[in-house]
Design a protein around this ligand. Structure first.
Ligand code: TXA
Ligand code: MG
Length: 339
């Protein structure tokens, strides 16, 4: 049975107590963060964490992020905390930043996918923080079946997990809509492993230039440092195609592709920042913030509306656009049309 706790109108202490008890009993609780919904369990309880992998169908070597509610929790999880980590935590926590650091012995290998490092983040969401404070550090991947788009609404979590986990906290729509930025601080040079809700430009203002792991750009070179990078991601059932290039060219190309696929008898959906004629259309909004917030929802909704093909308009790669394009290209399996 799944208990759904409604907190769309704000935090509810009684609900938090119920959810915290589930966590402390080794059960699974999906909860909202400012990025996407997480599927949480006690990060130090091996059996509980194992259930996350089972429920998601997630490969055991893809490590989880441990969520904390105060800086002191970090000291219980990470062995060494370099100066850069302190600077970044001071500036951006709570927030959409995950830092990879050498793990302490107490953190089970199940949580870290067998790695000697642990990924840690302090989410900026009152429900998430209250839940952690009332229980313990919580390991939580995005609350979607492995390979599907991440959930930005409790409905998405219900679609994927109702009846299969103990509790879902409905906190309404998540604000940022793409997952946290993941940065590795466990080796010599700070390395970006996943662009996300905190723009890289902001991080570089604090600690200087950050290396970008080649897999971020889709090159599968050394996947050992973030095994998550090698798996299929964010994919709806429909085939996704991303169109990138100069604005006017993109506009023309999308219109052309819609006609081409329709003439083959396919149902075509378009997701973009301006209006297109197609069988189904999802307006992503105008700014990069709006596009980020609507991205996963658009993929899920167009899929539900039964399209065969989703044509997505590419946006510029700066700010949140870096995370957006990273997710879109993955969702498309790197089927990119250059216009
Ligand atoms: O915003 C977010 O980060 C959301 C919310 C729930 O906090 N969580 C999330 O988790 O997106 P997940 O599991 O879907 O993505 C975690 C990413 C994966 O790419 C994983 O490989 C990487 O972080 N990761 C986790 N631990 C790592 C480690 N020790 N070393 C390298 N990469 C790690
Ligand atoms: Mg995920």
């Amino acid at each position: 049975m799944t208990v759904v706790i409604n907190m769309r109108d704000g935090l509810d202490e009684r609900g938090i107590r119920i959810a915290a008890r589930f966590i402390l009993e080794g059960k699974l609780v999906a909860f909202p963060t400012e990025t996407v919904y997480g599927l949480g369990a006690d990060a130090l309880n091996e059996n509980a964490v194992r259930r996350i992998f089972e429920a998601k169908g997630r490969p055991a070597d893809n490590p989880l992020i441990v969520h904390i509610a105060e800086f002191d929790d970090l000291k219980k999880l990470a062995g060494e905390i370099p100066g850069e980590a302190k600077l970044l935590a001071e500036r951006f926590w709570p927030g959409p930043l995950t830092m990879v650091l050498p793990k302490r012995e107490e953190v089970p290998y199940v949580t870290t996918g067998g790695l000697d490092t642990v990924a840690v983040r302090m989410p900026a969401h009152p429900i998430a923080l209250a839940l952690i404070k009332a229980s313990t550090p919580i390991a939580a991947p995005s609350a979607n079946i492995s390979g599907k788009p991440s959930p930005t609404l409790a409905e998405h979590v219900i679609d994927d997990f109702y009846g299969r986990i103990e509790c879902i906290i409905d906190g309404g729509e998540t604000k940022i809509g793409v997952e946290s930025t993941v940065i590795d601080l466990s080796s010599e040079r700070p390395t970006l492993l996943r662009p996300g809700g905190l723009p890289l430009e902001e991080i570089e203002k604090v600690i200087g230039e950050v290396e970008i792991h080649p897999a971020v750009r889709g090159k599968l070179v050394d996947v050992a440092r973030s095994p998550g990078m090698k798996y299929r991601h964010y994919s709806p059932s429909a085939q996704v195609i991303v169109v990138e290039g100069k604005r006017e060219n993109v506009r023309r190309k999308i219109a052309e592709l819609v006609e081409e696929y329709r003439s083959k008898g396919l149902r075509v959906g378009v997701m973009a920042t301006e209006k297109y004629e197609a069988d189904e259309f999802f307006h992503l909004g105008k700014t990069e913030e709006e596009v980020a917030r609507n991205l996963f929802r658009a993929l899920r909704e167009l899929d539900k509306r039964g399209v065969d093909v989703i044509i997505a308009e590419g946006i510029e790669e700066r700010g949140l656009g870096f995370a957006v394009m990273n997710r879109l290209r993955k969702a498309a399996g790197y089927r990119i049309v250059w216009a």
